[in-house]
Design a protein around this ligand. Structure first.
Ligand code: ADP
Ligand code: ASP
Ligand code: MG
Length: 400
């Protein structure tokens, strides 16, 4: 008998009727002779509500306690789904992450899965039970509950499929992966297949449909991931290796809304000064993304860098001290910006992609604040107010 890991996200589990719909889908696959392992997320927006509750009682909630709280969302949905299956006459058993030995390491709130002990899952499958596992959570070396970062249930599902050596199916509220988030650009086209590399770039650059760590794991273990609708019976998108996207210049476009930009004017033109700035930023725990530096004028340069708005408060530890040390420097912080990226393996082979991209941006007449590239992507910081029309222009231009 084949084993299948399926994952259902928050919207798909958002109401009693939807939980019953998920239960029926699982039963249909079981009836075809499959052993079913199902990972679920918290119902609807319940994780957001738990976060709000935490901040209502404490402005800086201790991270260990935050994980303790957030993990409860998934505990509700696993038990509800298991009960729905029982009501429909099927044997099911729910497990939290710690119960099935999802061992993690790293920081609370963004822990990484290190190991999964499949013993309990296999025992339950051997007893003909449908196994329901809480996504997004594990346990660390101190036996504390950890969470994997928002959207982390995808990673739980891929990890289980790797350990069980079986296919992974991610069911969500869209019909698959589109060239652009269909909420941002409704005419977007669905992709039949997408490579791990492209999907990893897209997910890391703001395409929230899949968690980047899930893709990383899939790529590492060569585990194909199907992303499809939990409602509509239409083919989804397969995330896999070695696909031939050569015909396309650009596979997808992603926008990351929560990126801000810092510019420092009149920095002494010395490499040790730049080195110190980035060392101080790193020490403060700031993850710098894009960087640009102007050519020197009178031995002074301008340095700009971007960072996630999550790290905004950490800047206070670095910038005042830097300015005190280098008098005459001037700092400007902009958070009215977004990062827009286009991704495509075809870029490696075709010339002229950057030229078309910048021509499309140019037609919209707004400043491009910073640019970075890799061999399969081009990203630029743009003013937030230009986002909609730029997405439209670029998506139309590249027929995404
Ligand atoms: P789930 O709760 O099932 O994990 P998510 O909200 O995490 O669902 O992911 C699904 C959402 O991802 C969609 O509703 C869609 O708006 C968004 N999304 C962003 N980029 C894309 C994309 N390129 N293709 C499809 N959906 C995308
Ligand atoms: N419930 C968690 C979240 O909202 C995990 C997930 O949905 O994957 O981020
Ligand atoms: Mg998700």
């Amino acid at each position: 008998m084949n084993t299948i890991v399926q994952k259902y996200g928050g919207t798909s589990m958002g109401t009693i009727a939807r939980i019953q719909n998920v239960a029926k889908r699982i039963i249909a696959k079981k009836e075809q002779g499959n052993r079913m392992v199902v990972v679920v997320s918290a119902m609807g927006k319940s994780t957001d509500h738990l976060v709000e509750m935490a901040y209502a009682v404490n402005e800086k909630p201790p991270k260990r306690e935050m994980d303790m709280l957030l993990a409860t969302g998934e505990q509700v949905s696993i038990s509800m789904l298991s009960m729905a299956l029982d009501e429909m006459g099927y044997k099911a058993i729910s497990f939290t992450g710690p119960q099935v030995g999802i061992k993690t390491e790293g920081l609370h709130g963004r822990a990484r899965i290190m190991d999964v002990d499949k013993t309990k899952i296999v025992e339950a499958l051997d007893e003909d039970k449908i196994v329901i596992v809480a996504g997004f959570q594990g346990v660390n070396e101190n036996d504390d509950i950890t969470t994997l970062g928002r959207g982390g249930s995808d990673t739980s599902a891929v990890a289980l499929s790797v350990v069980l050596g079986c296919p992974c199916e991610i069911y969500t509220d869209v019909d698959g992966i589109y060239g652009v988030d269909p909420r941002l650009y409704p005419p977007a086209k669905k992709l039949d297949v997408v490579s791990y590399d492209e999907m990893l770039e897209m997910a890391s650059l703001g395409a929230g449909v899949m968690n980047p760590r899930a893709i990383e794991l899939g790529r590492k273990y060569n585990a194909d991931i199907l992303v499809a609708s939990s409602i509509n019976k239409v083919p989804g998108t397969l995330i896999t290796s070695n696909i031939d996207q050569q015909a396309k210049d650009i596979t997808g476009l992603a926008v990351y809304d929560d990126e801000m930009m810092v510019s420092i004017k009149d920095v002494p033109y010395r490499s040790d000064v730049a080195a110190q700035l980035f060392a101080d930023l790193a020490e403060a725990g700031i993850n710098v993304d894009m960087i640009s530096q102007t050519k020197p004028i009178n031995d002074k340069m301008h340095i700009s860098f971007s960072l996630s708005t999550e790290d905004r408060d950490l800047l206070g530890k670095v910038l005042p001290a830097f300015q005190a040390e280098y008098e005459g420097t001037e700092v400007t912080i902009r958070d009215d910006t977004v990062k827009l990226s286009v991704v495509g393996s075809g870029m490696k082979l075709h010339s002229g992609v950057a030229s078309r991209f910048f021509a499309l941006l140019c037609e919209q007449q707004f400043p491009i604040l910073m640019v970075t590239t890799s061999d399969i992507r081009i990203s630029c910081m743009i003013p937030k107010e230009a986002k909609e029309r730029v997405v439209m222009a670029v998506a139309d231009g590249f027929e995404l």
